[in-house]
Design a protein around this ligand. Structure first.
Ligand code: SF4
Length: 687
């Protein structure tokens, strides 16, 4: 009789965090099935959840450490050779100057691996240069919501949306990017909620909307300020909430009152009627929720966009209650966890601030380190420092910046400029190709640990099969490197299990202190904050007070700025970049046959009128170019995108959107680069 086993885990793609079971036969993962009792997905999954496991047992998994020789060819190496090489280089450079070493943590990996990455950076290398891809997805959420509310996370649990009267969704195509959260919006509509979607593209989410606002990419602040002026003009603000729970209102009001709807309509290219209707519907609702994602954050003024969303919620008292809130949908499966774990140059685990001397003294005591109370370099700054020759060693754990960072040419030049690029990976990604040393790691399904979804729910993963021979667990690789750097680190880096690492996380992060394994390993798991084992945990934040020391939310006075690079005569179209339903980045989903068969390569969406003017036909291969580079890509001619805007999904290396995007234009408040807006031109390829 064939023995089939079911092993509980969490989907490794988006931040919704759906529960699934691995189907295991003869010790090998052969499929998945949705976990019926799971509170997030209730027995359903999207195509990525269904078929996204197919990469696991691919033959092209990396199973031997590789070291590049002087001719630029990878040669197989033993683990001893590779680990010694890495440890010696990290020690040599960090002894000379810890600022010359940097780490990218992996937002796809379990919390325990991420915690050890930042600990390797801080405790073993003495550097605060540790960051991860949240910087270029939800860095503005962390910065913007921390400034306004005192905590940079989603304010409500996912199910809260079902209680909303009005849902204002801006810059989020959740029906493709977070489909099982999208399902909750559909449930909310069935309960009577009105859905308003603002987006430059008529997306699958926009098609579900009761009201759709088509507006110009990068004009979110103007749109939101315009809506808030209408709310104030109609006396729909919540005076009691403003008086008792916030500060900074008068200064904020002074700025907002400059945004007449006619002026806003001119800036955003949305109609006066649509803006007014959305403002009145949101303002009159008893319970109104804001949902946003990368359409808000991936701008050179991403933190301003986020803070404008927070202003709108505070203005109308739509915070701290079910059915309300500011709900950023996090990108990668564990990007929330990567922030929580302190894979940020400004924060230790649990958002304890590096800049606070007492906090840094405490972590120096804990880690036996001598860290400065000064934030390190962000991911974008590390890449720029490498480009300038100021960063010498970069350790990239499971990220693929060559594909995902803005301006691929700049990224490749920066990586080539390093003394050593270390990549810890499952596959030969575009970034791994650039490495000097590759360390092959165990993947999803091959280890224990936890992921934290976008609603701060910390959930357990379980091991379903042995990792391929020749690979090692991520945290064990880093533990071995630390001890090879200095045998005295053996007490700091000596764990028996992922659970033991999580115990240290709980001990050092008060927001997670109450999360013991017994409580976590249940279908509901636990949301942080959960400060003690008696605490029931808090899916709903800011109920009675905000997370600032005085308990008050802070209105921010924000002016519209717009994209850094506007279209001009030479580059007349504004490019935005997106994800699609069947892919999540590339390294994993493009190795899943079923998903790959659905969408095999990229495309550029172009408005029918723009295509006509350029003489471009549907499916024709065109040239798209910007000041950074050019690609050839099939055109998808459609009315579902605003005239003047074009869109390229970011997953496809052969026609990579990030060949065109701009790495020079970053948000001073969050260091986010402007992935969602740059000027390009599209041309027919003659001949
Ligand atoms: Fe996975 Fe997200 Fe799809 Fe759920 S919605 S199955 S977490 S990709």
């Amino acid at each position: 009789m064939v023995e089939i086993e079911y092993v509980k885990t969490i989907c490794p793609y988006c931040g919704t965090g759906c529960g699934i079971n691995f189907v295991v036969k003869d010790g090998k993962i052969v499929g998945v099935e949705p976990y019926k009792r799971h509170p997030v997905n209730e027995g359903k999954v999207c195509p990525k959840g269904n078929f996204g496991y197919e990469f696991i047992n691919r033959e092209d998994r990396l199973t031997t450490p590789l070291i590049k020789d002087e001719n630029g060819e990878f040669q197989e190496a033993t683990w001893d050779e590779a680990l010694d090489l890495v440890a010696n280089k990290l020690k040599e450079v960090s002894d000379e100057d810890p600022n010359k070493v940097g780490f990218y943590a992996c937002a796809r990996s379990p919390n325990e691996n991420i915690y050890i990455t930042q600990k390797l950076a801080r405790a073993a290398c003495g550097t605060q240069n540790v960051d991860h891809c949240a910087r270029i997805c939800h860095g503005p959420t962390v910065a913007g919501l921390a400034t306004t509310f005192g905590s940079g996370a989603m304010t409500n649990g996912f199910d809260s949306i079902k209680e909303a009267d009005v849902i204002f969704c801006i810059g989020s195509n959740n029906m493709e990017a977070h489909p099982l959260f999208g399902r909750k919006i559909i449930q909310a509509q069935k309960n009577g909620a009105k859905l308003i979607v603002a987006d430059p593209r008529y997306t699958p989410t926009a098609r579900l909307a009761d009201d759709y606002i088509e507006f110009k990419t990068g004009t979110d602040v103007a749109l939101l300020n315009g809506m808030m002026k209408i709310i104030l003009d109609n006396d729909l603000q919540d005076d009691e909430f403003i008086a008792n729970r916030t500060k900074g209102f008068e200064e904020f009001k002074e700025v907002v009152m400059k945004y007449d709807v006619e002026k806003v309509s001119e800036i955003t290219e949305a109609s006066v009627e649509e803006i007014t209707k959305a403002a009145l519907d949101y303002g009159k609702a008893d319970k109104a929720a804001i949902v946003y994602s990368l359409g808000i954050t991936e701008h050179s003024h991403g933190a301003d966009n986020v803070m404008s969303c927070a202003n709108l919620a505070m203005l109308t008292g739509n915070i701290g209650r079910e059915g309300t809130g500011v709900n950023p949908l996090r990108g990668q499966n564990n990007v929330q966890g990567a922030c929580d774990m302190g894979a940020l140059p400004s924060d230790y685990v649990g958002y304890q601030k590096v800049a606070d001397q007492e906090t840094t003294d405490l972590f120096n005591e804990r880690y036996g380190s001598n860290l400065p109370a000064k934030p390190g370099l962000t991911l974008v700054e590390m890449m720029n420092a490498a480009h300038a020759g100021d960063l010498k060693v970069l350790y990239i754990h499971g990220e693929d910046p060559v594909l995902s960072d803005a301006d691929i040419k700049h990224t490749k030049e920066a990586l080539a400029n390093l003394d050593m690029l270390i990549v810890q990976e499952l596959f030969m990604t575009d970034t791994a190709e650039c490495a000097d040393v590759i360390l092959p790691a165990a993947g999803w399904g091959e280890q224990e640990g936890t992921f934290t979804n976008g609603e701060r729910r910390v959930q357990c993963l379980h091991k379903a099969q042995e990792p391929p021979e020749g690979t090692k667990l991520d945290w064990k690789i880093m533990e071995e490197i630390a001890v090879r750097m200095n045998p005295d680190f053996k007490d700091q880096f000596h764990y028996e299990s992922a659970e033991e690492i999580f115990d240290e996380i709980r001990e050092y992060a008060p927001i997670m202190a109450g999360m013991n394994r017994e409580r976590l390993d249940t279908p509901e798991a636990l949301h942080w904050p959960c400060p003690s084992v008696d605490d029931p945990c808090q899916p709903l934040m800011h109920k009675d007070k905000f997370a600032h020391a005085d308990g008050l939310g802070i209105f921010q006075s924000i002016e519209h700025l717009g994209p850094v690079e506007e279209p001009d005569e030479e580059y007349p179209l504004l490019l935005t970049t997106t994800r699609i339903l069947f892919h999540y980045h590339a390294a994993m989903t493009r190795r899943c046959e079923t998903l790959d068969n659905e969408v095999k390569t990229g495309f550029i969406e172009i408005n029918t009128e723009d295509a006509e003017e350029l003489g471009i036909l549907n499916n024709e291969i065109v040239k798209a170019s910007s000041r950074r580079g050019e690609i050839e890509i099939p055109a998808r001619v459609t009315d579902n995108i605003k005239k003047g805007i074009v869109n390229i999904p970011m997953h496809f290396t052969e026609c990579a959107a990030n060949m065109l995007t701009n790495s020079d234009s970053f948000d001073p408040k969050s260091k986010m680069v402007e992935l969602k807006a740059c000027a390009i031109k599209v041309e027919k390829i003659e001949g």
